[in-house]
Design a protein around this ligand. Structure first.
Ligand code: PMP
Ligand code: GLN
Length: 383
């Protein structure tokens, strides 16, 4: 049988590849982004409670009302903007599904979508499947800043959407007020939509605050923002998240969502609604992860790796050019096999595999693991 692939150039994603290699060589896995510790027992007990008490059937397509209400309250509190929990907030099967459905709701064949590279890996295939064209804008180490004038030159009459991600995976950089002011000017006279991937909103360091697109009235009306409970609850395996946007945009989003997934895990949504009543469950995350970042950086500070402390996410990128001139994919493999610490090469997040000798570590790990990884990293020899 002849199969004509819709995504002929896609292989297995880098996270599966590096985690697989890590397992095969018994390495410490600082590649794929997930915590090596469990979610809160209180949260697990709540899930258990709702499962035992018969909350096991389909919930509304938009999500369990107690949860969408809780999230609307949270957004109001954090970003000073009122979203209607019934019409403007939707629970999804992770941020990935929210992103996929949004792209399919708005991108027509021939539309252009600007993404910022290095880009999280699920954007490009979704755009391609919708018949859209990816237009990459590249940011680079060490500052990973967007030059908005150069960015603006990519906007054409075909541009339909911009996808932003802050805090940014993999670089750990963040967008600030200055970025949003520039963006606001750029898009003022256009019909462009913005998809804002804010899954790491609660992991932001050194006293900085997450700047959400939702806080900017002129941008908000054209924006959908996505979030992930996988990140904020240490439960990546639950694949639950949510999306927020103005009613007219959410109306279109829901047309796809209802046939893409319809609704998502019911008892967990009830449990999360109760759990988030205590805002410390998410407001404490920055301190929690900053300690991990600092412990890890302290361990590698005297090695030839060069780095700027990550401003957000639970990732740290490092420049290894003082150690080796191997391509980053080779270096990542060698780190895993010879030194026992698995990392992610950054070039895979650029369409042209731009290699500027940078790899990513995930520091969402317990102290013992970060210490042990640090000891192994200290042994790396210059090649
Ligand atoms: N966006 C970014 C930037 C991510 O890093 C991730 C997952 N790590 C996602 C989206 C997907 O989130 P989820 O697991 O909730 O689908
Ligand atoms: N988002 C995670 C990361 O960046 C991985 C998600 C996945 O494995 N697909 O590492």
């Amino acid at each position: 049988m002849k199969i004509t692939s819709k995504l002929p150039n896609l292989g297995t994603n880098i996270f599966s590849v590096m985690s697989g290699l890590s397992n095969q060589h018994n390495a410490i896995n600082l590649s794929q982004g997930f915590p090596n510790f469990d979610c809160d027992k209180k949260l697990k007990n709540l899930v258990n409670h709702y499962v035992q008490n018969g909350h096991n059937q389909y919930c509304p397509m938009t999500g369990v009302p107690a949860l969408t209400q809780r999230l609307a309250d949270k957004i109001q509190h954090l970003y000073q903007v009122a979203y209607n929990p019934k019409t403007e907030v939707n629970i999804t099967s992770g941020a990935t599904q929210a992103i996929f459905s949004t792209i399919h709701a708005f991108i027509h064949p021939g539309d252009e979508v600007i993404i910022v590279e290095p880009a999280y890996d699920c954007y490009q295939p979704a755009i391609q499947l919708a018949g859209g064209t990816v237009v990459p804008y590249q940011i680079k180490a060490p500052d990973w800043k967007i030059d908005w004038e150069a960015f603006g030159k990519l906007i054409t009459s075909k541009t339909r959407m911009i996808i932003l991600n802050t805090p940014h995976n993999p670089s750990g950089s963040i967008l600030t007020d200055v970025d949003y002011q520039a963006l606001q000017k750029l898009v003022a006279e256009t019909d462009l939509l913005i998809l804002s991937d804010e899954v790491y909103e609660h992991m932001i360091y050194d006293g900085q605050k997450h700047c959400s697109i939702l806080s900017y009235p002129a941008l908000r009306k054209r924006s959908l923002a996505v979030y992930s409970f996988g990140k904020s609850l240490h439960a990546t395996g639950w694949k639950l998240g949510y999306i927020v946007g103005d009613e007219a945009l959410m109306h279109e989003f829901r047309k796809v969502h209802q046939f893409d997934v319809f609704s998502t895990n019911t008892p967990m949504q009830y449990a999360i609604a109760d759990y988030l009543e205590d805002e410390n469950t998410y407001l404490g995350l920055s301190d929690f992860f900053q300690q991990k970042r600092d412990l890890f950086l302290d361990k590698i500070k005297d090695t030839p790796f060069k780095f700027t402390p990550s401003a957000g996410t639970y990732f740290q990128v490092v420049d290894y050019s003082a150690i080796s001139d191997e391509p980053d994919t080779e270096f990542a493999k060698r780190m895993t096999i010879e030194y026992g610490v698995a990392v992610i090469p950054i070039s895979v997040f650029y369409h042209n595999n731009l290699d500027h000798k940078v790899v990513r570590f995930c520091f969402a790990k317990t102290e013992d693991v970060l210490e042990a990884a640090g000891e192994l990293i200290q042994k790396i020899e210059i090649k």
